[in-house]
Ligand binder design. Structure first.
Ligand code: ZN
Length: 623
């Protein structure tokens, strides 16, 4: 079989997808963007961003983080964000734009993640249909009704039911043509230990689809019905898959992002039904953790949308333990974290159902600072007649929290210092210790805690620094795409220093030769290499920031610079010939004459005027 040439169709599809998609929408679906002049800005997802460093340029359809020094087009944004190759980014964006990609036999293998998503979406529909109408789901419908969840909420969050059966989903997958391996990879079925077959993971459970921030189902949480099978876990989740990681995902985030970006607040509850009850009551900035403690990655994720996290915890002992687990992690994040405690024995779902939205909002509004929380806990836990050791251990635990908190606090320096003083003062009074001693100890602890926090992300590729001439060439190419003919004609690969610049020129040449446009967007579409993309976007911005020239002037200046370079080079060659070759007097005179003419040209002088100095090695003098 002959090898297939690259299909022009695919290029056409890339362009169609690019044209159908607005980068502002795509980036905005991952992080919250705010308008700033002509650009949109948001917190960069690739570094520990304290102020919005990521800029999206709607005119150029590019993004750039000036701290990471990376940038690119919408495809590279999705590639970076989702850690996928170009083909999958293209598929995702095509999907979003409703454009069908041609899938030839010679095409790349169907992507794993895309398959997993298809399988999860299919399963979510099966579970939902079952809850809606199957007789075996009537107990599940009763349970959800008893939790006060309306049919609209159940519908909106696509809640479903998996009947009590070992092969309910398996049997349907055969009819739907879904492969056994794919079901296993998606975590929906499990292979028997003796390898004699498979069985459904979720049986007799109310199913809560867990969606990624883009709203795609990536996993499930399954809850047993009350009174059913008291020996099995109340909740089970899908296992970790390439799509799903419970430590970096939150239930309901896809539908809470907008509300969070508006209120700048993220309320985190512990149960799916708690989250749903809050939503149903019209509190939209609520998400739930997925059977795990709120961790550092959750906090970083929420920081993209909100300035404050309010963690709502049960009032019982489990809630207290949970608070202690998360405190140190959260205190170390530069975000304002508060802890709200439910009355003992009541969960948020009950509270909202019985006392309404305002009662829940009031509880959230009263959420306390984790330091106060830690102090209250410590003091409450300390018996009045506690010995010195116990008292010192308590003091130490508060100081530790304080050390962690202040080292990366979101508070300004003076505020943080005031906060410290308050806590130290309270400790000093309670335990009869001097404030200075406490402060010294806290500073010691902070010294220990100050581990390097800068993550070395292997995806961080900084574009190479460009020499001036390479930059000039690229700036003109990107700023004035019509100059491509001139550049390809006049700038040979040997004329530029960096491989990056050479690669761009070669690509521009190829596009130009096939009669296609060489605008920035087209170059970005051709050059998927993240380093080159970042470079092009950086050059585009620096060119735009500098440029008061119109395109014609721009090209005029460039032509002039080109001419000077050519002249300089020729002069250099000639000078070297003079220096190293033994020439007869006639050739020598000719070369000298040419050299002078070139020098004049290089220095922008008309013919006949002598340059004031000629730096060639043999220093010929006129006259
Ligand atoms: Zn960044």
């Amino acid at each position: 079989m002959p090898l297939q040439p690259p299909s022009p169709l695919r290029d056409d599809v890339k362009e169609r997808v690019r044209e159908a998609i607005d980068i502002v929408d795509v980036v905005g679906s991952y992080i919250s963007l705010r308008r700033q002049g002509k650009a949109m800005t948001g917190l960069c997802p690739w570094h520990d961003d304290g102020r919005p460093s990521l800029q999206v340029n709607p005119d150029r359809q590019t993004y750039r983080c000036w701290v990471c020094d990376i940038g690119g087009d919408v495809f590279s944004f999705v590639m970076r964000m989702e850690k996928v190759e170009f083909r999958e980014a293209l598929e995702q964006l095509a999907d979003r734009a409703g454009i069908e990609l041609p899938r030839g036999r010679g095409g790349p293998p169907v992507d794993d993640k895309a398959t997993l998503r298809t399988v999860q979406a299919w399963a979510a529909e099966r579970f939902r249909d079952c809850l809606r109408s199957a007789p075996e789901a009537s107990a599940a419908r009763d349970y959800l009704r008893s939790r006060g969840l309306s049919p609209a909420t159940i519908d909106r969050f696509q809640i479903g039911f998996a009947p009590q059966s070992w092969d309910w989903l398996l049997r349907q997958s055969v009819a739907a043509g879904i492969g056994r391996d794919d079901l296993v990879k998606a975590g929906l079925v499990i292979e028997r230990d003796d390898r004699s077959g498979h069985y459904d993971r979720f049986r007799g459970r109310v199913m809560f689809p867990i969606r990624d921030p883009q709203g795609r189902c990536v996993a499930f949480g399954g809850r047993v019905l009350p009174g059913d099978r008291p020996d099995s876990a109340k909740y089970i989740n899908s296992p970790e898959t390439p799509l799903f990681s419970k430590s970096s995902m939150l239930y309901g985030l896809d539908t809470a992002r907008e509300a969070m970006a508006a209120s700048r607040r993220a309320v985190v509850v512990e149960g799916y039904t708690d989250c749903l009850a809050a939503r149903q009551a019209g509190i939209d900035d609520v998400v739930a953790v997925l059977g795990t403690a709120l961790g550092e990655r959750h906090a970083k994720l929420l920081r993209r949308y909100a300035d404050r996290i309010v963690l709502v915890l049960d009032g019982d002992d489990a809630g207290r333990r949970r608070a202690n687990e998360v405190l140190e992690v959260l205190l170390a994040e530069p975000i304002d974290v508060r802890i709200a405690r439910m009355p003992s024995g009541v969960d948020p779902c009950d509270l909202i159902l019985e006392q309404g939205r305002d009662a829940f909002e009031a509880l959230v509004a009263e959420a306390c600072d984790p330091l106060d929380y830690r102090m209250d806990e410590v003091l409450a836990g300390l018996a009045a007649d506690a010995g010195d050791d116990a008292a010192l251990a308590s003091v130490e635990s508060v100081l530790k929290a304080l050390a962690a908190a202040a080292s990366r606090s979101s508070l300004a320096g003076s505020q943080a210092r005031l906060r410290e003083d308050q806590v130290l003062g309270r400790l000093a009074r309670r335990f009869g210790l001097s404030r200075d001693v406490l402060r010294t100890r806290m500073l010691e602890l902070r010294g220990n805690a100050a581990a390097p926090a800068i993550a070395s992300d292997p995806d961080h590729v900084r574009p190479a620094r460009l020499p001036a001439w390479d930059r000039e060439v690229l700036e003109v190419l990107v700023g004035v795409p019509d100059s491509v003919g001139l550049i390809i004609r006049e700038v040979t690969p040997a004329d530029v220093e960096t491989p990056a610049c050479r690669a761009v020129i070669e690509t521009a040449g190829r596009l130009h030769a096939s009669g296609r446009s060489v605008a920035l967007a087209d170059l970005l579409l051709e050059l998927v290499d993240p380093v080159l993309q970042s470079l092009l976007v950086a050059v585009d911005e620096s060119g735009a920031a500098r440029g008061s020239l119109d395109p014609e002037e721009r090209v005029g200046h460039f032509t002039e610079a080109l001419r000077r370079r050519v002249a300089e080079r020729q002069a250099h060659v000639a000078a070297r010939a003079l220096k190293t070759n033994r020439l007869d007097s006639r050739s020598e005179a000719e070369i000298l004459e040419r050299l002078l003419a070139e020098r004049r040209a290089a220095q922008g002088m008309p013919d006949g005027v002598a340059p004031c100095s000629v730096q060639a090695a043999s220093e010929p003098k006129e006259g």
